[in-house]
Design a protein around this ligand. Structure first.
Ligand SMILES: *[C@@H]1O[C@H](CO)[C@@H](O)[C@H](O)[C@H]1NC(C)=O
Ligand SMILES: *[C@@H]1O[C@H](CO)[C@@H](O)[C@H](O)[C@H]1NC(C)=O
Length: 600
């Protein structure tokens, strides 16, 4: 064995050898440097490539939808029973601001010891209440607006006034008060008529006398109490009936508004028949850090009527880039935050009071707005942070499914026409409760307002939709070897490689696709089959020519003449095997059977 010194002297005997050794070492060093920098570069690049939400370590399944878009899960909060926490803990208000914590929207980091307590308390609200209690209710936030938005000048004297309505149920004290304080601090006094807090029958003790006392010290703020829990719709209506401002501004109880948030909302709501939504930024549920969310998104919904954030149409994106401060249309709103002229809100029928607790009321309102002559828009110039939670922490009397299904059934029955048949056909459990909904008054409202059809809505407001229509083929595209074109359950994301799926039963939406006259193969969630480098992919539907598949007899061909092929890898009847575009040959792996399925 050579000692280091021996090794060194062996290498370095003589001048020539010294030079050689030096060169060798240099090469090693440079090589090392190269690899280190490559690794660094890759890390940075990976970081850049990671989706913006990856910094949020939540359960992505219930939170960021399969297309990589953000989904609002529970914009109407409440508490759980708090697991094993004692009554005293559940009912105590532990707000104790630490100087500087969370100022300027910065994250609050906890020590290892604090983390233990924070985790225990987390289940109370499904966000980090321990962190929230450390942050001052009047914390500072940066101006989140773009430069173009800051340039817009509003004529404050001629804007309508606002009544801000905040419904809460078992909300954390610090979070609720921070919502209120942010509105008070960042709204021009002249424009803020009042803030109405509506308590939807909260059980937490700190939300009773303690809240009343705190609110009594604040100008313009009042609390209304709902004696029995009705849910979001009932409580918001209670607030709206007491509103004296010109414009109703609905906010969730776990928001923070930023500088200049109110003016763009009032300007738009005052001037047109429009439900105008602010741009929703993220308040981390773990650290309460304020982060900007992606700039261009709009709201829509899946085949199962789950609300989804999607990328707006190319046309809307183009207009938006030309004029970034101008509000842009959205097919649907998330529902938690929006402003509307009070007179328009009532003229269009307020809310559907038959809807309890939470869910689907945002779709019902969006469809009603568009179909009955108003609009739904988002303005990027009004920035409001919102705590997104991995799951809704609150109790649904009768069970979330029952409540949500009943609300969905109501909305679909009243507004969706033929597409209601589609929804009920493929959701038979919801179809079962369809007839239990008395929606006569809502149908009459629709008739009185002379509202347009759902078909009009789809083709005019959301032409990029992925629902079947009379012009679009709908059904199962099955490979001769077995397996269907479809979305692998649970394994779908933007850019997910496409595999054949189990063809399933007649109602399995995962194995059903829309095949449009222009040649797009659309699955649920706004995903289109796209030719990749080799493997076919599921990508957000776009104008890309790689998403065009031409049906030639039993074959599906790309524009460059390749054939969609099932690459059978094992004896699996095709299920799970990759789909790819290959040179066309005589092979039954390139043969597809088109089984039309009636969608209504
Ligand atoms: C409650 O405590 C029991 C026993 O100590 C434990 O098994 C259970 O996981 C706890 N539940 C929650 C929600 O913390
Ligand atoms: C918040 O309120 C406290 C106490 O009233 C005050 O000292 C502090 O300056 C306020 N913070 C901001 C950002 O206004």
């Amino acid at each position: 064995m050579l000692l280091r010194n021996d090794y060194w002297s062996l290498l370095c005997r003589g001048r020539k050898k010294k030079i050689v050794a030096l060169i060798v070492i240099l090469i090693f060093l440079l090589n090392g440097l190269f690899y280190v920098s490559l690794e660094l570069y890759n890390t940075v690049k990976r970081k850049e490539k990671e989706p913006w939400y990856s910094s949020l370590h939540f359960d992505k399944n219930s939170y960021v939808d399969e297309t990589g878009m953000r989904v609002i899960v529970g914009h109407y909060v409440g508490g759980t029973n708090g697991g094993n926490l004692s009554e005293d803990i559940i009912n105590s208000n532990n707000y104790a601001p630490v100087a500087g914590a969370g100022e300027f929207g910065r994250p609050v980091q906890l020590s290892q010891r604090e983390l233990i307590t924070a985790r225990e308390l987390y289940s109370l609200h499904s966000y980090n209440i321990f962190v929230s209690d450390k942050i001052a209710i009047n914390r500072s936030l940066p101006d989140m607006r773009s430069d173009r938005c800051k340039e817009v000048v509003f004529d404050i004297d001629n804007l309508p006034t606002a009544t801000v309505i905040i419904v809460f149920h078992n909300e954390a004290w610090s979070t609720l008060m921070r919502t209120v304080m942010s509105v008070l601090m960042r709204s021009p006094p002249k424009l803020l008529q009042q803030i109405i807090l509506v308590d939807d029958a909260s059980e937490r003790r700190y939300l009773h006398a303690e809240l009343d006392e705190a609110v009594a010290k604040l100008d313009k703020v009042q609390v209304l109490r709902n004696p029995v829990r009705t849910g979001l719709v009932g409580a918001r209506l209670m607030g709206a009936r007491k509103a004296t401002g010109d414009v109703l501004v609905f906010l969730d109880a776990h928001c923070e508004v930023t500088k200049g948030w109110l003016e763009p909302l009032l300007d738009r709501a005052g001037n047109d028949d429009v439900f105008i939504c602010p741009h929703i930024d993220l308040l981390s549920a773990d650290t309460l850090a304020y982060t900007k969310s992606i700039d261009a998104h709009w709201g829509a919904f899946s085949w199962r009527l789950h609300f989804r954030w999607l990328i707006p149409s190319t046309e809307v994106l183009k207009k938006k880039s030309e004029n970034p401060s101008k509000p842009y249309p959205t097919p649907a709103m998330a529902g938690g935050l929006f402003a509307v002229r009070k007179s328009l809100f009532w003229r269009l029928g307020g809310y559907d009071e038959g809807m309890t607790i939470w869910g689907a009321e945002n779709l019902e309102l969006s469809w009603r707005a568009w179909q009955c002559g108003a609009r739904v828009e988002i303005t990027s110039c009004s920035r409001v942070g919102h705590i997104f939670r991995s799951h809704s922490p609150y109790k649904y009397p009768g069970g979330v499914t029952k409540v949500l299904h009943a609300n969905l059934a109501r909305a679909a029955t009243v507004w969706m026409d033929e597409w209601a048949d589609f929804f009920f056909k493929f959701n038979p459990d919801i179809a079962l409760i369809r007839d239990q909904q008395s929606v006569g008054d809502r149908v009459e409202l629709r008739r009185n307002l002379k509202c347009k059809s759902f078909g009009w809505y789809l083709s005019t407001v959301w032409p990029q939709h992925f629902f079947p229509t009379d012009q679009r083929w709908f059904g199962r595209i099955k490979n001769d070897k077995g397996g269907c074109i479809g979305l692998m359950p649970g394994a779908v994301g933007m850019g997910t490689p496409a595999s054949a799926v189990d063809c399933g039963g007649t109602l399995t939406l995962e194995s059903l696709v829309v095949f449009t006259p222009e040649g797009k193969v659309m699955a649920d969630e706004g995903l289109c089959l796209q030719q990749g480098n080799g493997r076919a992919l599921w990508k957000s539907c776009s104008d890309s020519s790689k998403q065009i598949w031409v049906q030639k007899g039993p074959r599906l061909k790309t524009q460059s003449g390749l054939c969609l092929t099932l690459v059978v890898t094992k004896d699996s009847r095709g299920v799970g095997d990759p789909l790819t575009a290959k040179r066309c040959v005589t092979d039954n792996k390139q043969i597809w059977h088109f089984n039309r399925v009636p969608w209504r």
